[in-house]
Design a protein around this ligand. Sequence first.
Ligand SMILES: [Ca+2]
Ligand SMILES: [Ca+2]
Ligand SMILES: [Ca+2]
Length: 813
Amino acid sequence: MTRALVPTLLFAFVALPASEFTFRSDGGNHRFEVSDERAVAFDAPEARVPTARRVADLALVPAAAAPRGAPVLYRVGRVGQEKYRYIATADVVVKAVNAAAAGALAAANGAVAQPSTADGWWILSFPDAAAALAAVGALEAAGAAPEPQLLRQLQKRAPDPLIGSQWHHSVMRTSTAWSVGGTRGAGINITVIDDCLEVLHPDLSANCPVIALGYHKNLNGGSKPSNDPSPPLNTDGTSVDGHGTCCAGLAASVADNSIGGAGVAPASKLFGVRLIAGPVSDAQEAQALGWRVTAASDYTHISTNSWGPIFPYSAPGALALNAIKDNAIRGRGGKGSIVCFAAGNDGGPAFGNDNANYDGYANLAETICVAAAYQNGLPVEYSEPGACLTVAAPSGPVDGGTDTDQTQPFLVTTDVQGKGGYNPTAGTAGDYFLKMNGTSGACPLVAGTCALMIATNPNLGWRDVQEILMRTATKTNGGDPGWATNAGGINFHHKMGAGVVDAGAAVSMAKSWTNLPVAATPVVVSKSMTTPIPDNAPAPISNSFVVNQDLRCEHVTLKVKATHTSRGDLRITLTSPTGTKSYLAVPFNDVDSDIDWIYLSRAHWGEPSRGTWTVDVSDEQSGDTGTLRELTLTVNGTVAGYTPTNTTNLTKVTITEHGTEIGSTTAAPFSIPYASLPAGRHHLLATLERTGVAATTEALVIDISGPRPSITSRPVVTAKEGTAYLYSPTAPGVAAGTIDWSLVGTIPAGMGINPNNGQVTWTPPNTTTTNPLVPTHVPVIIRATLKSGATVLGIDDQFFLLSVRDSTASSPG
Ligand SMILES: [Ca+2]
Ligand SMILES: [Ca+2]
Ligand SMILES: [Ca+2]
C-alpha cells in the first residue's frame, strides 16, 4: 500500500471538477458549487477521519493559502451560507457486486477499496478530498453510483427559531455556561414578581407549574383568581399587562421546543407573582418578595424584580424589607435566596438623572442591582448609575428614539399571546416581543445567570453569587474614564457595576468556588454634627472616619442625615483608604427636603477596610441650603487579619488571646491572619514591639460568625474565703456537637472546672485583709467550646468579676 507515500504527487495531477457540478448526496441528485475556500482546522489536507465537530468550527481559508485543504462546497447559489456548507472528504461510496469489482474500481481511479456497513456498497479512499471529487465523473460513467462523502452539519431535533435573534446569548456566553456547568438551571425556581406571568404561554408553560397547584400568586385581584398571575385580557384579546411575561422569557423560556427563543436558564421553573399591576401594600410586597408555599419551604430560589418605587428616596416598608433580608438568612437552606432588581430607567440627563442609590430596593446588600448595556458594550443611556450596581446585562435602546443608540438591537423575548402584551399582532406572530428594552430586560438575564450558577454549585451563598458575578463581569469600553480598578482588583463603573455579566465565566468560577468566610461583625463608625453646608459651593465639607479593624470589604454603606430645603442640590462622595470613590448622591432635579438615607456601595468590594475613609458633602445649586446632621459608615466583609497602621521602627507583632499566642511576625507588612479562629467573639491583644521605644498594645475584638455556643446562665459572682464556691454554667440549644468547658486567662489559684458539665469549684484561700468588709475582686473567664468530634466549631467566653469576701464576713453576699 503506497497511498500514503504519494499524495502530493497524485494531487499534482488531479484537477478539481468544474466549479459547479451535480452528484448524488443527501438522498438525491443536487447541484453543488466548489467554493474558493478550503477547510484546514482538522484532518486537512485530506479530511480523512472527520472528528465530531461542527462544520462551522472549521477554519476556512482561501484556496490559495491551503491548496491541499479540503474543498468547501455549497449548494448552488448559497456560497458562504453556513447551513448549506459541505466539507469534502477523501472518501466516495460506490456500488460494486463484490470485493474484486470494488478493488478494480479503486485501482482504475487511484483509490483503495474498503467494505462499508451496507452490503454491496464500498468505500473508495482517495489520496485526498480533491482527488475524490475529481473521480466522481469517472465513477458515474462506470455505473458505480458514486456518493462523495461530504461533511454536513445536522441540526438539533427542535431548535428555537428566534434564538438567532437573541444576540444577548452570545454577549453573555450562555451556551458556554450551559456546557461548562452541565446544567441549564434544572432544579432552580425563579419567581417573576411583576404585573403578570402568562402561565399558559406556549414557550413558558412547560416551565410553569399548573395554576391549581398554588405555586403562583395574583396579589392585584381583578378578574383573575388569587393563584393565577396571568394577564387579564380585554374582549378584543389585547391586555394592559404584559411586562412580566416579557421578563420571564428572558430568564427561563423553554429551549429546543421549536418555538420562540430560549431563556438563559431554560430548565428552571418559573413562578409568577402578580404584584405591580395595581396599588399594593407593604404587606403584599412582603408576600411577593418572600414568596413560598409554606413558611417552611424554600419556594423561591431566585426572584427577578424589574420594578421599583416611583419616587427617589423611596424604600421598602418594614415588612418588605424584612422579607428581602429574610431571604438572605433563611432562603435555600440558609445559603440565601437571590433577589435581583433592575437599576431603573430614569438615568442620564434626558431621563431625569435618577440614581439606583436612591431606590431603596436596588440599594440593598441583599439584592443584586442590574444595569443595562447595549450590544456594543456601552452603558445604555437611560440605565441609572449607582455605587450600588452589581453588574450590567444586555438590553436595547428606547424604541422610537432619535439618538445614535438606535443602531443598537432590542432584546427578543416572549410576549402575551396574540394581541395581548406589547406585540398586538394576532396569532402566534404576536407571541413574541422583538423590541424589549430597559433594565427590566437586563434584570431577568442576570436572574437566569444566577440560576445556572446555583444549579452548578448549590453550595454558593448569596454573597458568593454577588462576588462571582462581579469578578467575572466583562469590562467593556475599557477606555471610558468612568472605570476604576479598586484595591481588591475589582473593576467598577458607576453605570456598569463590575461590567457586563458573563454567564460562561460566572458558571465556570462558580463550579470551583470556595465560599467566602462567614461575614464578620460589621465595622461601624458614626459621627453626629451640626454643620451648615455652604450654598452652591463645590468645595465639599470633608469628614474622616478612621477604621482600625481589618476586614476585606464587601458591602459598604453610608447613612446620611441632613436637613435641606432641596436635597437634589447635594453631592455625596465616599472615598476609601486606598482612594476608590463611591458617588453616592449626585446633584439632580429633586426639590424635596431632607435626607435620612443609607447609601450602599459595591465599589469597595475586596478592598482592605483599615485606614481613613473620607466623606465629602457639597451643595451645588444656589438658593436652597441645609445642615449635615449625621454620617455613619458601616463596612461589611470578612475577617482578613491584623495589620498595624504605624509600622515605624516595628520589629515584632504578636497577637494573643487571654495570654495564648495566636500568631506573631517579625517581617513587614507585619500582618497576622486570624480567619482560622473558630466562630465566636474573640478578645485579642496585639503587642507591638519597636526599637528604641516601649512596646505598645492594641485591643481587638473580632466576631467570627458560624455555629457557636452561647453561655446563657448568670454567673454566681460572690464567694467567701474558706467556703466552697460553686457555679454551674449552661449553654443550651447547641445543635450538632458537644461542649467542652474550660477556664481561660489567669486562673485563680485552686479554681477548677469540670470539662464535661462546666461546674466551677473553688474554695478561696484565706488572706490577710485590711478591711474584712471590702471584698477582693477576682476576674474569671469561662470558655464553652463547641466541638464536632475533635473539630472545634466555635467558642463563647463568659467574663465576670468574682467578689470574694473575707472569712469573717457574715455572709457570702
Ligand atoms: Ca423556545
Ligand atoms: Ca402579544
Ligand atoms: Ca443649594
